[in-house]
Design a protein around this ligand. Sequence first.
Ligand code: SAH
Length: 356
Amino acid sequence: MTPLAAALAARIAGSGPLTLAEFMADCLTHPVHGYYATRDPLGRRGDFTTAPEISQMFGELIGLWLAQVWLDRGSPAPFILAELGPGRGTLMADILRAIRIVPGMAAAARIHLVETSPNLRRIQGEILSGHEPVWHDRVADLPDGPLFLVANEFFDALPIRQFVRAAEGWAERQVGLADGRLVFGLAPPLPVAALDGRLADTRPGDVVELCPPLPAIAADIARRITAWGGAALVVDYGDWRSLGDTFQALRGHAFADPLAEPGLADLTAHVDFEALAAGFALGGGTPSRMTPQGTFLTRLGIAARADRLAASLTGEALAAHQAALRRLTHPDEMGNLFKAIGCRAPGSPDLPGLDP
Ligand code: SAH
């Protein structure tokens, strides 16, 4: 048993089964034994890789996206350049390099990072040294002011609850104990107000997921953008309207049993982009439509950028570069599974690359 498994078993023995969200939150962000607290999951010996780690092109294009969006909004200075869940800081470093081509932009940017892991904060501090980043535990702690915010693979790490549709109501998936081991179970079916709208488009046995912290985070981002200007870009894997079990554990780049070694595997769930759009609207913002990552990057000019970089490469480096382009954009790789969505203030210019 991992130390976290023992702690979870004691908690369940004392006060009953946990929701999946309670289990997931402890596994990922427990201050001592949590997955993100104890490791660098993105390192060479880590468990998964992400778009900014695959190629510098990803962050460069998002930097150019931010530059266009900042110019379109009258170049507010100073402004908050925020990232949620910055991982190893690679995306922000690539963004900061790309925006140097816009006079005054880098100097006006105040870097704010929302990150709970002390370990990853240290790694981010090293790669971003010289840019004086300021860290926060939560979006709610960001300072007031024009906000230009990006989040790649942040929302998929937020805890979810899972509900199995019953004839009437919903049975919540729980983590309980059997013979001293962690096991999945189902609570008795109950009505769930937040899922009333889903009774019409689901059938008994269907699984629907809710991410409890997501609406308030999205609404807070939108409220800030509407009050002070700016825009947000969220990229993640997921789809429009949750349907089906997407809860998964990854360890060493392979699927794992989420209950086997809590705290040692990365846990994620697909992001519900309908919930993101609804959260943005709740905060007074105007969400874009959900746009596949491949389409988004292609519209931003990834092919031309890839050609430019390819010109100075040969052999294995060239092959790796071409594989990275394919990985980011091809529909059979990340191009379709990953989606982008934006949020802007009502009446402000449309966001580049995203379907309005
Ligand atoms: N955006 C990066 C890393 C993605 S991994 C990339 O694309 O490479 C998820 C990141 O979110 C990590 O930095 C993790 O520590 C952070 N994170 C996870 N849950 C969080 C939470 N509840 N609050 C703040 N940060 C969180």
